[in-house]
Ligand binder design. Structure first.
Ligand SMILES: NC(=O)c1ccc[n+]([C@@H]2O[C@H](COP(=O)([O-])OP(=O)(O)OC[C@H]3O[C@@H](n4cnc5c(N)ncnc54)[C@H](OP(=O)(O)O)[C@@H]3O)[C@@H](O)[C@H]2O)c1
Length: 317
């Protein structure tokens, strides 16, 4: 085993990153060493690059120099209880306290990992992990829908949105999406029944009553969505802190509010994701792939409007 690994290191000066050698991690009790082949870029990563999350970054730095990345597809390089060295695996580490994954190796709690089918490519697997799990959380826990129910997804072309769209269709819903004009045809091809372009239809919620409104960018709120929700319908926001008043208003309303707080995973949740993908209910959506040496460009791409799904980071150049 190598003594050092390639790793993405943030400079103390916000906005700067570089690939450098870092000490190889050593698995602790209950952990598995994973060779990371593919990871992805998330909102928290670009915020860390911009200098936010300082307290969490301080905690990450106690483990090692890597402070971005919380998902991976790769190869197990040590034995756990369930997981064996050589298994092809995916995983999702604790967002606030887990190790970071933009590096050649990571030591992960075995409970955060699952084996993937041999037929899956590691790119497809990495593209599915976090945002596929998020869609499952939204539509199997927070706001399940039955056939014919009407769902509105605001921001449907990004990571959360594209998998939520697919899963809502799998559950038999009629799905209206809000996205940029340039992504309208792609959203149709992913199964959307109706597409509203935010540039030309700023009043995109009018006209229908929805059973579920999924507000990915959290530009709306429970209060703004309630008039467009059917009785008993639910507003789902991806950031509970962006709509604190929504909790209170929903308690006194015939409409409901649900907020995502998906900080960890379990083997059962990962197995459910794998099962849904095997059924064809979730198909990987990859916007772009970048080698680790071009991580800055990958982060920039994540921040560019008009993406179609996930931005992948390939650890081996
Ligand atoms: N709380 C949790 O547990 C949890 C879990 C997962 C994700 N999240 C959060 O969910 C958010 C989305 O993540 P993501 O990976 O899906 O991000 P993403 O890939 O960047 O997707 C965001 C989408 O929102 C759209 N959008 C942005 N502003 C908009 C506006 N004003 N009107 C309509 N659409 C707009 C974007 O469309 P354009 O590109 O066309 O602008 C894009 O398709 C992030 O903030 C992330 O942190 C939270």
């Amino acid at each position: 085993m190598p003594k050092t690994i390639r790793a993405l290191i943030q400079s103390p000066e916000p906005g700067k990153m570089a690939v450098a050698q870092a000490p190889a991690p050593i698995p602790g009790r209950g952990q598995v060493l994973v060779e990371v082949k593919v990871s992805a870029v998330n909102e928290m990563d670009v915020q860390v690059r911009a200098g936010l999350w300082a307290k969490n970054v301080k905690a990450f730095l106690k483990r090692g120099p890597v402070v971005t990345g919380f998902e991976f597809a790769g190869i197990a390089r040590s034995d756990g209880g369930r997981i064996k060295a050589g298994d092809r695996v995916i995983g999702y580490v604790n967002v606030l306290s887990g190790p970071r994954t933009h590096a050649g190796q990571v030591c992960v709690d075995e409970t955060d990992i699952e084996v993937i089918p041999q037929s899956w490519s590691l790119d497809d697997a990495a593209a599915l992990v976090v945002m596929g799990l998020t869609a499952v959380e939204i539509l199997e826990r927070l706001a399940p829908v039955s056939p014919g129910k009407r769902v509105l997804i605001i921001g449907a072309a990004g990571g959360v949105g594209v998998y939520t769209l697919q899963l809502a269709k799998h559950q038999g819903a009629h799905v209206t999406v809000v996205c940029s004009e340039r992504n309208a045809a792609w959203m149709k091809s992913m199964g959307a029944n109706a597409v509203r372009a935010y540039e030309t239809e700023p009043n995109f919620k009018t006209g229908d009553l929805f059973d579920v409104v999924v507000d990915v960018p959290c530009k709306e709120s429970f209060a703004a969505s309630a008039p467009f929700l059917a009785r008993g319908g639910m507003y789902v926001g991806t950031n509970p802190l962006a709509d604190l008043g929504g909790f209170v208003r929903a308690a006194f309303s015939s409409r409901r509010a649900g907020y995502l707080m998906m900080l960890t995973t379990t083997p059962a949740k990962l197995r459910r994701l794998i099962e849904l993908a095997a059924l064809g209910a979730l198909r990987p959506a990859i916007d772009s792939r970048f080698p680790l040496s071009q991580a800055d460009q990958a982060f920039d791409r994540f921040e560019t409007r008009g993406k179609q799904g996930r931005v992948l980071l390939k650890i081996e150049d």
